[in-house]
Design a protein around this ligand. Structure first.
Ligand code: GLA
Length: 382
Protein backbone atom coordinates (compact mmCIF):
# COMPACT_ATOMS: atom_id res chain seq x y z
CA UNK A 1 0.00 0.00 0.00
CA UNK A 2 1.46 3.40 -0.87
CA UNK A 3 1.48 6.54 1.26
CA UNK A 4 -1.50 8.13 -0.51
CA UNK A 5 -3.75 5.12 0.14
CA UNK A 6 -2.62 4.91 3.75
CA UNK A 7 -3.43 8.60 4.19
CA UNK A 8 -6.88 8.34 2.64
CA UNK A 9 -7.66 5.20 4.64
CA UNK A 10 -6.74 6.97 7.88
CA UNK A 11 -8.75 10.03 6.88
CA UNK A 12 -11.82 7.95 6.03
CA UNK A 13 -11.68 6.47 9.54
CA UNK A 14 -11.00 9.88 11.15
CA UNK A 15 -7.82 8.34 12.50
CA UNK A 16 -4.35 9.83 12.79
CA UNK A 17 -1.47 8.17 10.98
CA UNK A 18 1.99 7.49 12.43
CA UNK A 19 4.99 5.63 11.12
CA UNK A 20 8.36 4.47 12.37
CA UNK A 21 11.14 3.12 10.14
CA UNK A 22 13.20 -0.05 10.37
CA UNK A 23 16.88 0.29 11.22
CA UNK A 24 19.79 -1.29 9.44
CA UNK A 25 22.97 -1.45 11.46
CA UNK A 26 25.97 -0.89 9.21
CA UNK A 27 28.47 -2.00 11.84
CA UNK A 28 28.74 -2.22 15.65
CA UNK A 29 26.80 -5.34 16.61
CA UNK A 30 26.31 -6.50 20.21
CA UNK A 31 28.23 -3.49 21.42
CA UNK A 32 25.35 -1.28 22.60
CA UNK A 33 24.65 -3.18 25.83
CA UNK A 34 28.38 -3.04 26.52
CA UNK A 35 28.37 0.79 26.48
CA UNK A 36 30.03 0.68 23.07
CA UNK A 37 29.79 2.21 19.60
CA UNK A 38 27.25 1.54 16.83
CA UNK A 39 26.62 2.87 13.33
CA UNK A 40 22.99 2.34 12.29
CA UNK A 41 20.90 3.98 9.60
CA UNK A 42 17.15 3.80 9.02
CA UNK A 43 15.39 2.45 5.95
CA UNK A 44 12.07 3.14 4.26
CA UNK A 45 10.32 0.07 5.57
CA UNK A 46 7.81 1.34 8.06
CA UNK A 47 5.56 0.24 10.86
CA UNK A 48 2.36 2.09 9.99
CA UNK A 49 -0.02 2.83 12.81
CA UNK A 50 -3.45 4.46 12.75
CA UNK A 51 -4.99 5.61 15.99
CA UNK A 52 -8.26 7.13 17.11
CA UNK A 53 -9.05 8.03 20.71
CA UNK A 54 -11.68 6.23 22.79
CA UNK A 55 -13.64 7.70 25.63
CA UNK A 56 -12.69 4.93 28.06
CA UNK A 57 -9.25 3.67 29.14
CA UNK A 58 -9.15 0.62 26.89
CA UNK A 59 -6.46 0.24 24.25
CA UNK A 60 -7.53 -2.11 21.47
CA UNK A 61 -4.85 -3.08 18.98
CA UNK A 62 -5.21 -4.89 15.69
CA UNK A 63 -2.17 -6.19 13.84
CA UNK A 64 -2.73 -6.76 10.16
CA UNK A 65 0.42 -8.83 9.80
CA UNK A 66 -0.55 -11.36 12.45
CA UNK A 67 -4.32 -10.98 11.85
CA UNK A 68 -4.97 -10.57 15.53
CA UNK A 69 -6.86 -8.11 17.76
CA UNK A 70 -6.22 -7.79 21.49
CA UNK A 71 -6.95 -5.19 24.13
CA UNK A 72 -5.96 -4.12 27.62
CA UNK A 73 -6.98 -1.51 30.15
CA UNK A 74 -4.67 1.40 30.92
CA UNK A 75 -5.79 1.02 34.56
CA UNK A 76 -4.39 -2.48 34.83
CA UNK A 77 -1.36 -3.09 32.62
CA UNK A 78 0.37 -6.39 33.23
CA UNK A 79 2.68 -8.54 31.15
CA UNK A 80 0.65 -11.11 29.24
CA UNK A 81 0.63 -14.63 30.66
CA UNK A 82 1.60 -15.91 27.24
CA UNK A 83 4.27 -13.44 26.03
CA UNK A 84 3.51 -11.92 22.64
CA UNK A 85 3.41 -8.85 20.42
CA UNK A 86 0.95 -6.94 22.64
CA UNK A 87 3.57 -6.76 25.40
CA UNK A 88 5.55 -4.22 23.36
CA UNK A 89 2.49 -1.93 23.22
CA UNK A 90 1.61 -2.53 26.86
CA UNK A 91 5.16 -1.79 27.98
CA UNK A 92 5.24 1.54 26.18
CA UNK A 93 1.83 2.57 27.58
CA UNK A 94 2.75 1.50 31.11
CA UNK A 95 6.03 3.40 31.17
CA UNK A 96 4.47 6.57 29.75
CA UNK A 97 1.91 6.47 32.58
CA UNK A 98 4.69 5.93 35.11
CA UNK A 99 6.21 9.18 33.77
CA UNK A 100 3.04 10.85 35.09
CA UNK A 101 1.31 11.29 31.72
CA UNK A 102 -2.33 10.17 31.75
CA UNK A 103 -3.09 8.41 28.49
CA UNK A 104 -6.37 8.19 26.68
CA UNK A 105 -7.83 4.89 25.51
CA UNK A 106 -7.43 4.21 21.79
CA UNK A 107 -8.25 2.07 18.79
CA UNK A 108 -4.98 1.19 17.10
CA UNK A 109 -4.28 -0.61 13.87
CA UNK A 110 -0.72 -1.69 13.03
CA UNK A 111 0.65 -2.77 9.68
CA UNK A 112 4.38 -3.41 9.41
CA UNK A 113 6.55 -3.68 6.33
CA UNK A 114 9.53 -4.80 8.41
CA UNK A 115 10.15 -8.56 8.50
CA UNK A 116 9.46 -9.77 12.04
CA UNK A 117 12.51 -11.40 13.66
CA UNK A 118 14.69 -10.32 10.73
CA UNK A 119 17.22 -8.14 12.57
CA UNK A 120 15.81 -4.85 11.26
CA UNK A 121 14.24 -3.64 14.53
CA UNK A 122 10.62 -4.50 13.92
CA UNK A 123 10.15 -4.34 17.72
CA UNK A 124 11.72 -0.93 18.27
CA UNK A 125 9.78 0.41 15.31
CA UNK A 126 6.50 -0.80 16.81
CA UNK A 127 7.46 0.69 20.17
CA UNK A 128 8.29 4.11 18.73
CA UNK A 129 5.21 4.27 16.51
CA UNK A 130 3.12 3.40 19.58
CA UNK A 131 4.83 5.92 21.86
CA UNK A 132 4.43 8.76 19.37
CA UNK A 133 0.78 7.93 18.72
CA UNK A 134 -0.31 7.43 22.35
CA UNK A 135 1.43 10.60 23.46
CA UNK A 136 0.02 12.72 20.63
CA UNK A 137 -3.61 11.71 21.09
CA UNK A 138 -3.25 12.36 24.81
CA UNK A 139 -1.92 15.88 24.17
CA UNK A 140 1.54 15.12 25.52
CA UNK A 141 5.02 15.41 24.06
CA UNK A 142 8.38 13.90 24.78
CA UNK A 143 11.78 14.43 23.15
CA UNK A 144 12.76 11.64 20.70
CA UNK A 145 15.79 10.76 22.86
CA UNK A 146 13.60 10.36 25.92
CA UNK A 147 11.09 8.31 23.96
CA UNK A 148 13.91 6.04 22.79
CA UNK A 149 15.05 5.41 26.36
CA UNK A 150 11.48 4.75 27.49
CA UNK A 151 10.91 2.25 24.67
CA UNK A 152 14.15 0.42 25.49
CA UNK A 153 12.95 0.07 29.10
CA UNK A 154 9.59 -1.16 27.84
CA UNK A 155 11.24 -3.89 25.80
CA UNK A 156 13.40 -4.95 28.73
CA UNK A 157 10.61 -4.97 31.29
CA UNK A 158 7.65 -6.17 29.24
CA UNK A 159 9.19 -8.33 26.49
CA UNK A 160 12.02 -9.59 28.70
CA UNK A 161 14.79 -8.72 26.21
CA UNK A 162 17.81 -7.09 27.87
CA UNK A 163 18.44 -4.99 24.78
CA UNK A 164 20.72 -2.01 24.39
CA UNK A 165 19.68 1.44 23.19
CA UNK A 166 20.75 1.26 19.52
CA UNK A 167 17.48 0.25 17.85
CA UNK A 168 15.19 2.66 19.66
CA UNK A 169 17.67 5.53 19.33
CA UNK A 170 18.12 5.00 15.62
CA UNK A 171 14.38 4.66 14.90
CA UNK A 172 13.63 7.79 16.96
CA UNK A 173 16.59 10.01 16.10
CA UNK A 174 18.67 8.99 13.07
CA UNK A 175 18.44 11.82 10.50
CA UNK A 176 16.95 10.97 7.10
CA UNK A 177 19.45 9.51 4.63
CA UNK A 178 22.36 9.46 7.06
CA UNK A 179 24.03 7.00 9.35
CA UNK A 180 24.47 7.77 13.04
CA UNK A 181 27.57 6.99 15.06
CA UNK A 182 26.19 6.56 18.54
CA UNK A 183 28.24 6.29 21.67
CA UNK A 184 25.94 4.11 23.75
CA UNK A 185 27.48 5.29 27.00
CA UNK A 186 27.33 9.08 26.60
CA UNK A 187 24.55 8.94 23.98
CA UNK A 188 26.55 11.39 21.92
CA UNK A 189 25.28 11.00 18.34
CA UNK A 190 27.17 12.12 15.24
CA UNK A 191 25.73 12.11 11.71
CA UNK A 192 27.76 10.22 9.12
CA UNK A 193 27.21 10.76 5.40
CA UNK A 194 26.72 7.64 3.27
CA UNK A 195 28.56 8.06 -0.06
CA UNK A 196 26.31 7.78 -3.14
CA UNK A 197 28.67 5.18 -4.65
CA UNK A 198 27.53 2.53 -2.19
CA UNK A 199 24.16 0.96 -1.45
CA UNK A 200 23.21 -1.44 1.27
CA UNK A 201 21.41 -4.52 0.05
CA UNK A 202 19.56 -6.49 2.72
CA UNK A 203 18.59 -10.13 2.15
CA UNK A 204 16.49 -12.24 4.47
CA UNK A 205 17.86 -15.72 5.18
CA UNK A 206 14.31 -16.82 5.96
CA UNK A 207 15.36 -18.00 9.45
CA UNK A 208 13.35 -16.10 12.06
CA UNK A 209 14.88 -15.31 15.42
CA UNK A 210 12.98 -14.60 18.60
CA UNK A 211 14.94 -12.46 21.04
CA UNK A 212 12.83 -13.28 24.12
CA UNK A 213 13.81 -16.95 23.59
CA UNK A 214 17.11 -16.64 25.39
CA UNK A 215 20.14 -16.61 23.03
CA UNK A 216 20.35 -12.83 23.10
CA UNK A 217 20.10 -12.43 26.89
CA UNK A 218 22.58 -15.23 27.23
CA UNK A 219 25.18 -13.28 25.22
CA UNK A 220 24.57 -10.21 27.37
CA UNK A 221 25.20 -12.35 30.50
CA UNK A 222 28.38 -13.79 29.01
CA UNK A 223 29.70 -10.28 28.34
CA UNK A 224 28.95 -9.38 31.97
CA UNK A 225 30.83 -12.45 33.13
CA UNK A 226 33.86 -11.55 30.99
CA UNK A 227 33.74 -8.04 32.42
CA UNK A 228 33.55 -9.31 36.00
CA UNK A 229 36.68 -11.43 35.45
CA UNK A 230 38.54 -8.44 34.03
CA UNK A 231 37.39 -6.24 36.92
CA UNK A 232 38.96 -8.66 39.41
CA UNK A 233 42.28 -7.50 37.99
CA UNK A 234 41.37 -3.95 37.04
CA UNK A 235 38.41 -2.66 39.04
CA UNK A 236 38.63 0.68 37.23
CA UNK A 237 37.25 -0.85 34.03
CA UNK A 238 33.54 -0.13 33.97
CA UNK A 239 32.56 -1.95 30.80
CA UNK A 240 34.13 -3.89 27.92
CA UNK A 241 34.02 -0.60 26.09
CA UNK A 242 36.92 0.66 28.22
CA UNK A 243 39.32 -1.89 26.76
CA UNK A 244 41.33 -1.26 23.59
CA UNK A 245 42.36 -3.94 21.09
CA UNK A 246 45.94 -3.97 22.40
CA UNK A 247 44.76 -3.54 25.99
CA UNK A 248 42.88 -6.84 25.77
CA UNK A 249 46.14 -8.78 25.40
CA UNK A 250 46.88 -8.22 29.06
CA UNK A 251 43.75 -10.16 30.08
CA UNK A 252 43.98 -12.98 27.55
CA UNK A 253 45.61 -15.57 29.78
CA UNK A 254 43.25 -14.76 32.66
CA UNK A 255 39.99 -15.34 30.83
CA UNK A 256 38.40 -18.68 30.02
CA UNK A 257 38.07 -19.41 26.30
CA UNK A 258 34.42 -18.37 26.03
CA UNK A 259 34.82 -15.13 27.96
CA UNK A 260 37.83 -14.20 25.87
CA UNK A 261 35.92 -14.76 22.64
CA UNK A 262 32.96 -12.66 23.74
CA UNK A 263 35.17 -9.85 25.01
CA UNK A 264 37.33 -9.93 21.89
CA UNK A 265 34.29 -9.49 19.66
CA UNK A 266 33.09 -6.45 21.58
CA UNK A 267 36.52 -4.83 21.80
CA UNK A 268 37.39 -5.33 18.13
CA UNK A 269 33.89 -4.37 16.95
CA UNK A 270 34.07 -1.01 18.75
CA UNK A 271 37.34 -0.39 16.96
CA UNK A 272 35.77 -1.34 13.62
CA UNK A 273 32.98 1.20 14.11
CA UNK A 274 35.47 4.05 14.25
CA UNK A 275 37.43 2.62 11.32
CA UNK A 276 34.17 2.42 9.35
CA UNK A 277 33.34 6.05 10.14
CA UNK A 278 36.80 7.04 8.88
CA UNK A 279 36.34 4.91 5.73
CA UNK A 280 32.98 6.55 5.02
CA UNK A 281 34.41 10.03 5.58
CA UNK A 282 37.18 9.41 3.05
CA UNK A 283 34.89 7.55 0.62
CA UNK A 284 37.05 4.45 1.01
CA UNK A 285 34.30 2.01 0.14
CA UNK A 286 36.61 -0.98 -0.32
CA UNK A 287 37.77 -0.50 3.26
CA UNK A 288 34.18 -0.32 4.49
CA UNK A 289 33.40 -3.60 2.74
CA UNK A 290 36.44 -5.22 4.35
CA UNK A 291 35.43 -4.02 7.83
CA UNK A 292 31.90 -5.34 7.35
CA UNK A 293 33.33 -8.75 6.41
CA UNK A 294 35.62 -8.70 9.44
CA UNK A 295 32.65 -7.86 11.63
CA UNK A 296 30.85 -10.91 10.29
CA UNK A 297 33.81 -13.20 10.96
CA UNK A 298 33.97 -11.94 14.52
CA UNK A 299 30.22 -12.37 15.05
CA UNK A 300 30.45 -15.91 13.69
CA UNK A 301 33.62 -17.13 15.38
CA UNK A 302 33.94 -15.11 18.57
CA UNK A 303 30.34 -14.16 19.36
CA UNK A 304 28.79 -17.29 17.81
CA UNK A 305 25.52 -15.72 16.69
CA UNK A 306 25.48 -16.80 13.05
CA UNK A 307 23.87 -19.93 11.61
CA UNK A 308 24.22 -22.24 8.61
CA UNK A 309 21.76 -20.37 6.37
CA UNK A 310 23.37 -17.00 7.10
CA UNK A 311 26.79 -18.43 6.24
CA UNK A 312 25.51 -19.73 2.90
CA UNK A 313 23.90 -16.39 2.14
CA UNK A 314 27.00 -14.35 3.04
CA UNK A 315 29.08 -16.60 0.79
CA UNK A 316 26.64 -16.18 -2.10
CA UNK A 317 26.45 -12.40 -1.68
CA UNK A 318 30.22 -12.02 -1.39
CA UNK A 319 30.67 -13.95 -4.65
CA UNK A 320 28.86 -11.12 -6.51
CA UNK A 321 31.29 -8.80 -8.31
CA UNK A 322 29.42 -5.72 -7.11
CA UNK A 323 29.51 -6.69 -3.42
CA UNK A 324 32.33 -5.32 -1.27
CA UNK A 325 31.49 -7.20 1.93
CA UNK A 326 28.55 -8.75 3.78
CA UNK A 327 27.57 -9.60 7.30
CA UNK A 328 24.66 -10.66 9.45
CA UNK A 329 22.69 -7.71 10.75
CA UNK A 330 21.01 -7.21 14.14
CA UNK A 331 21.06 -9.76 16.92
CA UNK A 332 21.77 -12.77 14.69
CA UNK A 333 20.60 -16.39 15.09
CA UNK A 334 19.03 -15.97 11.63
CA UNK A 335 17.41 -12.90 10.13
CA UNK A 336 18.94 -10.74 7.41
CA UNK A 337 22.37 -10.03 6.00
CA UNK A 338 23.62 -6.67 4.79
CA UNK A 339 25.85 -6.35 1.71
CA UNK A 340 27.88 -3.24 0.98
CA UNK A 341 27.36 -2.97 -2.78
CA UNK A 342 28.54 -0.67 -5.57
CA UNK A 343 25.43 1.40 -6.38
CA UNK A 344 25.99 0.86 -10.09
CA UNK A 345 25.95 -2.91 -9.60
CA UNK A 346 22.99 -3.32 -7.27
CA UNK A 347 20.64 -4.79 -9.90
CA UNK A 348 23.04 -7.48 -11.09
CA UNK A 349 23.98 -8.40 -7.50
CA UNK A 350 20.33 -8.76 -6.51
CA UNK A 351 19.69 -10.94 -9.50
CA UNK A 352 22.54 -13.27 -8.59
CA UNK A 353 21.66 -13.48 -4.90
CA UNK A 354 18.05 -14.10 -5.82
CA UNK A 355 18.88 -16.91 -8.15
CA UNK A 356 21.65 -18.58 -6.12
CA UNK A 357 19.99 -18.42 -2.69
CA UNK A 358 16.59 -19.00 -4.25
CA UNK A 359 17.82 -22.35 -5.56
CA UNK A 360 18.80 -23.36 -2.04
CA UNK A 361 15.63 -22.34 -0.21
CA UNK A 362 13.32 -23.16 -3.10
CA UNK A 363 11.83 -19.68 -3.23
CA UNK A 364 12.96 -16.12 -4.02
CA UNK A 365 14.41 -14.52 -0.87
CA UNK A 366 13.11 -11.19 0.39
CA UNK A 367 15.59 -8.52 -0.74
CA UNK A 368 15.53 -4.82 0.05
CA UNK A 369 17.80 -1.92 -0.88
CA UNK A 370 18.19 0.52 2.00
CA UNK A 371 16.38 3.77 1.16
CA UNK A 372 16.19 7.13 2.95
CA UNK A 373 13.65 7.19 5.76
CA UNK A 374 12.29 9.71 8.24
CA UNK A 375 12.62 8.92 11.93
CA UNK A 376 9.42 7.99 13.82
CA UNK A 377 6.73 10.67 13.57
CA UNK A 378 3.14 11.47 12.68
CA UNK A 379 2.25 11.64 8.99
CA UNK A 380 0.11 14.67 8.36
CA UNK A 381 -3.36 13.63 7.17
CA UNK A 382 -4.51 17.19 6.47
C1 GLA B 1 19.09 -6.29 18.92
C2 GLA B 1 18.99 -5.38 20.15
C3 GLA B 1 20.00 -4.23 20.06
C4 GLA B 1 21.39 -4.72 19.74
C5 GLA B 1 21.40 -5.70 18.56
C6 GLA B 1 22.74 -6.33 18.35
O1 GLA B 1 18.68 -5.62 17.78
O2 GLA B 1 17.69 -4.88 20.29
O3 GLA B 1 19.97 -3.50 21.26
O4 GLA B 1 22.00 -5.29 20.86
O5 GLA B 1 20.43 -6.73 18.74
O6 GLA B 1 23.67 -5.38 17.99
Amino acid sequence: MNLASRLSEAKARSARLFRAPGRVNIIGEHTDYNDGLVLPTNTALYTWLTISPRLDRTVQVTTRNLRDTQSFSLDDIRRSEKPGWLDYVKGVAALIEIEGIRLQGAEISVDSEIPIGGGLSSSASLELATANALLEISGATMKPQQMAALCQQAEQQYAGVNCGIMDQYSVACCPRGEAMRLDCRSLEATSVVIPADISFVVTDSGVKHSLPDGGYNNRADECQKALALIQEIEPGIQSLRDISVTGLQKFESLLDVLSLRRARHVVTENHRVDSACAALASNDIEKLGKLVSESHTSLRDDFEVSCKEIETLVEIADACDGVLGSRMVGAGFGGCILSVTHTSRVAESIEKINSDYGKIIGDAPWIHVVAQANPAAEVDTQ
